[in-house]
Ligand binder design. Structure first.
Ligand code: OSB
Ligand code: MG
Length: 361
C-alpha cells in the first residue's frame, strides 16, 4: 500500500496576524490513501515553522514517513493505530494526520458520513469567526461584515499591550458575543492587565499564558471573573483532566490535530462535560480537507459552543475542493457523502502544489 503526500501553498485573501506573527498563505501537507476503491484524505495542521507549537511541516513528514506510516499498513482502527505509536513521544500533529486519515478511510469503507460514524451529531456546526490583528478600522469592518453574515461569536486576536483593540471593538459593538485569543503572549506579571479585560463582558479569554502552562492559568482564574479557554495547553485527555482538576480552564478549544486525533479529542470533550466545562472546535486556517474534519467534529452534540470553522471563502479565493462549505444563519452542515465528503478540485490542487511524494508502507 502507499500513501501520497502533497504540499500546497495557497495565498490567503488577507494576511492573518496573531501574537506570534503574520501568515500570508496556507502551506498545507495533505495525505491521500487509496485502497480497495476507497480514497481517504487528511491534512496536517502544521505550517512551515514551529510557531504555534513545536511541530512543523518538516517534522510531520519525518514522523509520518520515517516512523508512523508503517503502522497503518493493515488499516487498523484509529485507536489501535494510536496505541502502536505510543512510543513516539509527542508529535501529536504528525500522528493525528494519520489517525484522521484512518477515520476518513473507515467511515468511507462503511459508507457513512464521518459525522454520523463519530457518534451523536446535531447535524450542523455553530460557527464563529477568528479575526487577526490589523488596523482597527479594518478589524471593525471585518466584524461588521461577520455580524451581518450571522456568525454566532466573534473572536479577535490580541497581544500584550494591544488591549486597546478590545476597548475599540466593544465601543463599536456593545452586544456581540466576543472573545479574545492571546496565543500565550502574557506572563503572570501581566495579571493586572488581564483583570482589566473583565470590563468588556467577554465570553472567555483564550490562552493568555504559554502553551506549557496550567498552574498560572489556574492562579489567574481565581483572580478574574471572565471565563478562561485553553487552546495550546491542552494536548491530551490527561491534560484536560488536570486543567479542570486545578481550576485552570472553563472552556477548551479542541483542535483534533493538536490533541493527536479524533479519538483523543472525543475524550477531551467528554472530560469537559463531566467537569461542567464547555468545548468548541478551533481551526488552523485549513484547506477544505482539514475543514471538513473540523466541521464534522463541531457538529457533535458534545461540542456546545460556536467554534472557528468559517466557510472556505473566508480564507481563499479558490480552495482545493469542488464543494466548499456554505454558512446559513451562523451554521454549517457537514457533508452527507461518505467520510469527510470533500470532492478534490484536482486542477486547483495541482496549481498550488509545491511538492509531492510517495510513502510506501
Ligand atoms: O490560536 O486558534 C488559534 C490560526 C492559526 C494558529 C492558531 C490559531 C488560529 C486561529 C484561526 O485562531 C482559526 C481559523 O480560522 O482557522
Ligand atoms: Mg487559539
Amino acid at each position: 500500500m502507499q500513501i501520497n503526500f502533497y504540499k500546497v501553498r495557497i495565498p490567503f485573501l488577507r494576511p492573518f496576524t496573531t501574537s506570534f506573527g503574520t501568515e500570508e498563505y496556507r502551506e498545507a501537507l495533505l495525505f491521500r490513501l487509496s485502497h480497495d476503491g476507497v480514497e481517504a484524505y487528511s491534512e496536517a495542521v502544521t505550517s512551515p515553522i514551529p510557531d504555534y507549537g513545536y511541530e512543523d511541516n518538516t517534522t510531520v513528514l519525518h514522523v509520518i514517513r520515517d516512523l508512523a506510516a508503517k503502522h497503518i499498513a493493515d488499516l487498523p482502527d484509529p485507536s489501535t493505530f494510536m496505541e502502536r505509536v505510543r512510543g513516539i513521544k509527542g508529535h501529536n500533529m504528525g500522528k493525528a494526520a494519520l489517525e484522521m486519515l484512518l477515520w476518513d478511510y473507515h467511515s468511507k469503507a462503511s459508507d457513512q458520513p464521518l459525522y454520523r460514524y463519530l457518534g451523536r451529531s446535531r447535524g450542523y456546526a455553530n460557527v464563529g469567526i477568528s479575526i487577526g490583528m490589523a488596523k482597527i478600522e479594518e478589524m471593525l469592518e471585518q466584524i461588521e461584515k461577520a455580524v451581518s453574515m450571522g456568525y454566532k461569536r466573534i473572536k479577535i486576536k490580541i497581544a500584550r499591550g494591544r488591549e486597546g483593540l478590545v476597548r475599540d471593538v466593544r465601543d463599536n459593538f456593545p452586544d456581540i458575543p466576543l472573545s479574545v485569543d492571546a496565543n500565550g503572549d502574557y506572563t503572570p506579571s501581566d495579571i493586572p492587565r488581564l483583570k482589566d479585560l473583565d470590563r468588556y463582558d467577554l465570553e472567555y479569554i483564550e490562552q493568555p499564558f504559554s502553551g506549557d502552562d496550567l498552574i498560572y492559568h489556574s492562579r489567574l482564574k481565581k483572580e478574574i471573573s471572565t471565563p478562561l479557554c485553553l487552546d495550546e495547553s491542552i494536548t491530551s485527555a490527561d491534560k484536560a483532566k488536570k486543567a479542570f482538576e486545578i481550576g485552570a480552564a472553563d472552556v477548551i478549544n479542541i483542535k483534533p490535530g493538536r490533541i493527536g486525533g479524533f479519538a483523543e479529542s472525543l475524550k477531551v470533550a467528554e472530560i469537559a462535560r463531566e467537569n461542567g466545562g464547555h468545548v468548541w472546535v478551533g481551526g488552523m486556517l485549513e484547506t477544505g480537507i482539514g475543514r471538513a474534519f473540523n466541521i464534522a467534529f463541531a457538529s457533535l452534540d458534545l461540542v456546545d459552543y460556536p467554534g472557528d470553522t468559517s466557510p472556505n471563502e473566508k480564507y481563499f479565493s479558490r480552495d482545493i475542493v469542488r464543494n466548499p462549505f456554505r454558512m446559513k444563519n451562523g451554521t454549517i452542515e457537514p457533508y452527507h457523502e461518505p467520510g469527510i465528503g470533500v470532492r478534490i478540485d484536482e486542477e486547483s490542487m495541482f496549481r498550488y502544489m509545491v511538492e509531492a511524494g510517495v510513502i510506501s508502507v
